[in-house]
Write a protein that binds this ligand. Structure first.
Ligand code: NAP
Length: 355
């Protein structure tokens, strides 16, 4: 039987995010892994030789794929999932978009550009409106759609329903970020075992700006950023997967903890996202135990796509505080990109293949 799924390429396929794409796309109903790209170090090798595979079994079909260079004349799939570092992405991603491909980026390079959507579909599916402007202004037949920094994603999902209902004025965010957020091999074990590193390069300004863009409103073909201010503290902790964010929030119209819990638990996000293969149901799970969420216990909630929120309580400085946690390489990277691509298939922006 002919496989009518859309062929996709994963660039940066050997890295932490690239490997998560491979795991998440296993048996995907709409997308088929056709090509894998990485650096010169890996090009020409079978994937199984090029990658230091980290988790679970590697599908033999994927293991046998010969790694290609990240070049649109050598990689032909219409959908490109990227797990590239920022410097590589700055050259590679526009080259693919210019060549008519739909590029789903995890790098910081284009996130804050005025014509590039920074998407979490449940939160801001309408930000896709920027794509028409991007194509017109850059002369591209393809497009770049970005994902946020993984901690920004954790915080933004938890803040979105509260902002929508009560209007956030001020946000304080302290992160506890897993080691897989630094890629592979990432942070040296002697630096992180039994330790906390209270610094992650460039992380705090990214969190402060990206949340404002993601929770901003579409106005024509531009985004008016959310008007609240964010203060972020970023910390690396000895956890394998799962970024935790402790949030204190001030509001225009302050909710009680009970009102906030109800809004968070009932929130389902943009209707356009419901029923998509990678959409978690519900997008937020609120836990009532006093010691949750915990990465070890909660990180795979909703196949790693659900944001787990707990400890929703009154704050002594602002109005409300809570703890949010989600999987950094799934919800915060590969799974988020896959959901963005599914949204574009469901709206017809990415054509399906005839069956
Ligand atoms: P990583 O583990 O270091 O992987 C980097 C990948 O890029 C590898 O496949 C590497 O291939 C490839 N690469 C490096 N230089 C290249 C070049 N010149 N040309 C082509 N490919 C090249 O990094 P990661 O953690 O997966 O992160 C990837 C991106 O996602 C980064 O921009 C990061 O900021 C972002 N991100 C990461 C997370 C996370 O939780 N890890 C979350 C959100 C966003 P070789 O193996 O061949 O060198």
């Amino acid at each position: 039987m002919t496989d009518t799924r859309i062929p996709v390429a994963i660039l940066g396929a050997t890295g932490a995010v690239g490997q998560t794409f491979i795991r998440c796309l296993r048996a995907h109903p709409w997308f088929r892994i056709a090509e894998l790209g990485a650096s010169e170090r890996s090009v020409g090798k079978r994937y199984a030789e090029a990658a230091h595979w980290l988790e679970g079994d590697l599908d033999p079909d994927v293991a046998a794929i010969v790694v290609a260079p990240c070049d649109p004349t050598r990689v032909t799939s219409p959908v490109i999932f990227c797990g590239l570092d920022a410097a590589t992405a700055s050259e590679v991603e526009p080259a693919f978009a210019r060549a008519g491909r739909f590029v789903f980026s995890n790098a910081k390079t284009f996130r804050m550009d005025a014509d590039v959507p920074l998407m979490i579909p449940e939160v801001n599916a309408d930000h896709m409106a920027l794509i028409a402007r991007q194509r017109r202004e850059r002369g591209w037949s393809g497009a770049i759609v970005t994902n946020a920094n993984c901690s920004s994603t954790t915080a933004a999902v938890a803040m979105a329903p509260l902002h929508e209902r009560f209007g956030i004025k001020t946000a304080f965010a302290a992160t506890l970020q897993a080691v897989s957020g630094a890629g592979y091999p990432g942070v040296a074990s002697l630096d992180i075992l039994g330790n906390i590193i209270p610094y992650i390069g460039e992380e705090e300004p990214k969190i402060e700006r990206e949340i404002q863009k993601m929770l901003g409103k579409v106005s024509g073909e531009a985004i008016a950023p959310a008007a609240f201010v964010v203060s972020a503290h970023a910390n690396r902790v000895p956890v394998e997967h799962g970024h935790t964010v402790c949030l204190s929030l001030g509001f225009e119209d302050a909710p009680t903890p009970e009102q906030a819990i109800k809004v968070l638990a009932e929130w389902r996000g943009a209707p356009a996202v419901r029923g998509l293969p990678f959409a978690p149901e519900p997008p937020i799970r609120v836990r009532s135990e006093p010691d949750r969420p915990q990465p070890r216990r909660d990180v795979m909630e909703g196949r790693g796509m659900t944001t787990v929120v707990g400890r929703v309580r009154a704050d002594t400085v602002l109005d409300l505080r809570l703890v949010a946690m989600s999987h950094n390489t799934i919800r915060g990277a590969a799974g988020g990109s896959i959901l963005n691509a599914e949204l574009m298939v469901s709206t017809g922006e990415i054509p399906r293949r005839p069956s």
